[in-house]
Design a protein around this ligand. Structure first.
Ligand SMILES: O=C1C[C@@](O)(C(=O)O)C[C@@H](O)[C@@H]1O
Length: 224
């Protein structure tokens, strides 16, 4: 999957829910939230490419931190419709994420390396550092933070712009109510991926807009 332009991913734990390309460019399949995820993948006949995510508990997901978690992600890369995977920067730093990334590369599957902060927005320099480290391993470095003030959102946007200007592909968003508008605005500053739930009653992170709303907001704000 290419991230040279913005990709709106419809997040779901149920691949039988139909998602058309009307609002979404891809499906984010949350393996950690899904029942029988590998069976679901083999039965998938939707039209959109899949980003596979198996989010570990300490980054806001439900997958236990066992070798099975990354093994399931590795197996997902064998599925022809899986065109990208999401691996946490912390798993890469711990060493065990690297093998999954290598397998993905061998199969021409793109790699998103992510960090989530559910407590706060780190300082500007720290956000720069996290994204730049993520970019050493991933095609896209992703950072989801929690904003408590509008200044937090401004910092995140400034970092998004700065990293984009270096030529790095990044995806950024501020989770929660204060930062919600960043989901619509960050793409203007260079963010390459947005997330919205397929089922609005099952948001995969705080502050997400529903899919149609996010697509419309982004389209309306586009500078063209
Ligand atoms: O990492 C992300 C971003 C996200 O946490 C968000 O804030 O929209 C939603 C997750 O499904 C996805 O894996």
């Amino acid at each position: 999957m290419e991230f040279d332009s913005f990709v709106l991913a419809a997040a779901t734990d149920d691949l039988s829910q139909s998602v058309t390309g009307e609002y979404a460019d891809a499906v984010e399949f949350r393996i950690d939230l899904a029942d029988e995820p590998l069976e679901q993948l083999s039965e998938y006949d939707g039209g959109l490419p899949i980003i596979a995510t198996n989010r570990v508990e300490w980054e806001g997901g439900e997958a236990s931190d066992t070798p099975d978690r990354l093994e399931a992600l590795r197996t997902a890369t064998e599925h022809p419709r899986v065109e990208a995977i999401d691996v946490e920067l912390s798993a890469v730093a711990a060493g065990d994420g690297l093998a999954v990334i290598e397998d993905a590369r061998d199969r021409d599957v793109s790699v998103i390396v992510s960090t989530h902060d559910f407590e706060e927005t780190p300082s500007g320099p720290e956000m720069q550092r996290l994204l730049s480290r993520a970019g050493e391993y991933g095609d896209v470095g992703k950072l989801a933070v929690t904003a408590s003030t509008l200044d937090d959102v401004l910092q995140l946007l400034a970092v998004t712009r700065a990293r984009t200007q270096t030529g790095q592909q990044v995806a950024t968003m501020a989770m929660g109510a204060v930062g919600r508008h960043s989901r619509a605005v960050a793409p203007l500053y260079g963010s390459r991926i947005g997330y919205a739930p397929v089922d609005p009653d099952h948001a995969t992170a705080p502050g997400q807009y529903d899919l149609e709303t996010l697509r419309r907001l982004i389209e309306q704000l586009k500078a063209e």
